[in-house]
Design a protein around this ligand. Structure first.
Ligand SMILES: CC(C)(COP(=O)(O)OP(=O)(O)OC[C@H]1O[C@@H](n2cnc3c(N)ncnc32)[C@H](O)[C@@H]1OP(=O)(O)O)[C@@H](O)C(=O)NCCC(=O)NCCS
Length: 204
């Protein structure tokens, strides 16, 4: 009788153990750097995100604030290529942004090379229906913390075009400082604009 009991207990324990490892694997697949309970969460990109990414990122009001190498119009093919490229990058450099479990943006860094290798460049965007809710501010906070922890770098740089005060405000709220203004430093949509260089750094 007691042998049977032990066997039942053992098999229950085995089921719990299997479930536990299965859950751990799920967590590994859905890599997030945000502690539980946050409304705004940074999470690794997944193929399931392709349609939403293509829909939200295909917005001229977002593209106008970004580099020209980013395709516009932005298609599901572009989204697929982007997400597939992320799958082989470790540590993760680009995250999706979720707000109350809804995918609503992206944030990432570009590692600099050669003598600039102690620098990274930060870029981010929020889908238009979600603007003005403090989401970019929280995403930049988490990404800044993650970047300084994960990468052996000294400075995070963010370049903002002169007509984007809300992005500058997001950086300011996260302790970035305006290092310089590159007068007529960027050509966007056939016009020259001032480029505002915002910095957060460890060693001065
Ligand atoms: C810029 C962007 C990321 C901001 O995202 P967001 O989630 O709306 O930003 P937040 O809500 O966290 O914060 C915006 C801040 O800008 C302020 N703001 C908005 N419009 C402003 C304006 N015209 N002038 C000054 N400040 C402004 C808001 O009041 C808020 O600051 P507050 O909290 O002190 O009130 C978003 O608009 C976006 O994705 N734009 C297109 C892509 C882009 O510009 N990416 C950044 C490239 S550098």
């Amino acid at each position: 009788m007691s042998i049977i009991k032990v066997k039942i207990v053992n098999s229950n324990f085995l089921v719990i153990l299997i479930n536990y490892f299965f859950y751990l694997n799920l967590l590994k697949l859905k890599k997030s750097i945000t502690p539980a309970m946050h409304k705004t969460v940074l999470k690794s990109w997944e193929k399931v995100d392709i349609p939403i990414l293509a829909t939200y990122f295909n917005n001229i009001r977002i593209w106008n604030n970004l580099r020209d190498y980013i395709p516009h119009p932005y298609t599901e093919d572009d989204a697929t290529k982007f997400i597939e490229a992320q799958e082989v990058i470790d540590p993760i450099q680009n995250f999706s942004i979720l707000h109350e479990d809804e995918l609503c943006g992206g944030i990432g860094i570009i590692l600099k090379e050669d003598i600039y290798r102690m620098n990274v460049e930060l870029a981010y965007w929020i889908a238009e229906p979600f603007w003005g809710k403090g989401i970019a501010t929280e995403a930049v906070r988490q990404m800044t913390e993650y970047t300084f922890e994960k990468f052996a770098i000294n400075r995070i740089i963010a370049e903002v075009f002169e007509y984007n005060p809300s992005s500058m405000r997001v950086l300011e709220k996260n302790g970035y400082y305006l290092q310089s203004v590159s007068r007529k430093g960027v050509l966007k949509n056939d016009y020259l604009y001032d480029n505002y260089i915002w910095i957060k750094q460890k060693i001065y």
